[in-house]
Design a protein around this ligand. Structure first.
Ligand SMILES: Nc1nc2c(ncn2[C@@H]2O[C@H](COP(=O)(O)OP(=O)(O)OP(=O)(O)O)[C@@H](O)[C@H]2O)c(=O)[nH]1
Ligand SMILES: [Mg+2]
Length: 449
């Protein structure tokens, strides 16, 4: 673990600085978040004298380093040196957390916020020690006027850690400049130089005339950037070409609509996945989306499922989100579900009323926006998956297509194991693929670009 973590140079890690007046619990907060005693804490104000750094993998943000600083205060009881070190940490910070105590928004807090604004550092406010007193409305209003995200936490209640950490991730994704979010990996990291990838693409009525769609082009480019080669074939020719190859491919990627057939035609030792799965990882958090798919198994009659689309294309007759996925879900679960929809920028605030969210491929959203949606769902305890992952699940091939992504597979299997203990009354029914086009978004401006 440590070995892998050390691979990311410090300069490439997202730097998250903790600032606040003396004794508010900056070090305790860092210890709570990291689940370790990284920094010394004590009731004596001024415990942290030098900047303490803690590097960790903070999914889905990627590699980060937390900077715990010496507290700032109204009275300059701090030595010049300590102040200077805290200021240097502020310069290295990409996203700041302003730690405050309940109902105290004084000159120290104002000063920190002023400095952060001057240096154009995005920040969230963390109200710590919420276990000690209740928060006044006036104080909360002040905090919310200063920052888009105000977290209310207690660093001494480990049982609340998961909730606090999820809320923190949501806030960081929100505050983090897009270019500082770890860039998603598409396909190149799955290959060795010199390897061969087979892309099985549908060329049907839905395919745009005279060109390939953007996800296919991006995949080809990423393979080439990694010094490997691509063979692009239609479904019909796939098996024949596979037999002609002297060496088996390192990876086969197909469209969700043909996944059952392609999986059946691919030797078990060859890795196989779908474009949707590749993009789920590229655009969001494949682990969370894989975990979410296992909840399909737990859906009960009358449960609410939200189908969320990030674009507002004109719904086609056999629309993937409006028609196909609801139909497949009902076929798989054998129960009647209450399926709702949202599209475009509109993402409901009352997510908690749903038992499951199934999101589109999010080609119209940035990675940051999609990760934010995933964490908003997670924070409210609502499982979320996406079209491609859900389709592979109901068609009984999800484990196979998650094969190239062991950690996502593990998330899925753990959750599926839990679901087994509460199986569907009818048992899951694998839904046969219809082999027809239309599992990608018909919006001309996104997938089919
Ligand atoms: N009740 C309660 N106590 C807390 C909480 N967080 C921290 N404390 C206590 O507050 C005191 C100060 O905590 P530290 O984490 O050392 O605070 P700090 O901001 O790092 O302090 P300096 O390094 O001195 O600036 C310690 O006694 C902690 O146990 C909390 O959420 N609730
Ligand atoms: Mg400290």
């Amino acid at each position: 673990m440590t070995g892998a973590m050390d691979k990311t140079p410090r300069s490439l890690r997202l730097h998250i600085g903790l600032f606040g007046r003396i004794n508010v619990g900056k070090s305790s907060f860092l210890n709570m978040v990291s689940g370790q005693d990284v920094a010394i804490t004590s009731p004596v104000p001024g415990t942290t004298t030098d900047v303490v750094e803690k590097a960790m993998e903070f999914l889905p943000l990627g590699p980060v380093v937390f900077l715990d600083t010496a507290g700032l205060d109204d009275v300059s009881s701090l030595g010049e040196q300590r102040l200077e070190r805290t200021m240097r940490a502020l310069d290295r910070t990409d996203v700041a957390l302003v730690l405050v105590e309940p109902n105290i928004w004084g000159s120290a807090e104002k000063n920190i916020v002023r400095l952060l604004r001057e240096k154009k550092k995005p920040f969230a406010v963390v109200v710590n020690k919420a276990d000690t007193v209740s928060l006044s409305e006036g104080f909360l209003a002040e905090a919310r006027a200063q920052a888009d995200r105000v977290l209310v936490v207690s660093s001494v209640q480990p049982e609340l850690r998961d909730r606090h950490v999820n809320a923190l991730k949501e806030a960081l994704i929100h505050c983090c400049p897009e270019e500082r979010l770890s860039s998603g990996r598409l396909i190149g990291d799955l290959l060795m130089p010199g390897g061969l990838v087979v892309l099985v693409v549908p060329i049907d009525l839905q395919a745009p005339k005279g060109r390939l769609i953007l996800p296919q082009v991006q995949a080809i480019r990423d393979v080439l950037d990694n010094d490997a080669a691509v063979l692009v074939v239609k479904e019909r020719e796939y098996s024949a070409y596979l037999r002609k190859l002297k060496e088996l491919p390192a990876l086969v990627v197909c469209d969700s609509q043909s996944v059952m057939k392609v999986v059946a035609d691919t030797p078990p030792g060859v890795k196989c996945t779908t474009f949707s799965i590749l993009f789920a990882r590229f655009k969001g958090d494949l682990e969370e989306l894989a975990r979410g798919a296992a909840y399909i198994e737990r859906l009960r009659s009358g449960d609410r499922v939200l189908i969320a689309e990030s674009c507002s294309h004109h719904a086609a007759q056999d629309d993937i989100g409006r028609v196909k996925i609801p139909r497949w879900l009902r076929q798989y679960t054998g129960v009647d579900l209450d399926v709702g929809h949202c599209s475009g920028r509109d993402y409901p605030g009352d997510l908690e009323k749903y038992q499951l969210i199934i999101h589109c491929g999010s080609c119209m959203l940035t990675r940051g926006e999609m990760m934010l949606r995933i964490y908003q769902a997670k924070e409210r305890g609502v499982p979320i998956t996406n079209y491609g992952v859900a389709i592979a699940f109901v068609q009984g091939v999800l484990k196979r297509v998650l094969g190239p992504f062991p950690s996502a597979l593990e998330f899925f299997e753990q959750e599926a194991e839990k679901a087994k203990r509460t199986p569907l009354p009818t048992g899951g029914h694998v839904v046969p693929g219809d082999g027809q086009g239309g599992t990608t978004c018909p919006q001309a401006g996104c997938q089919s670009q």
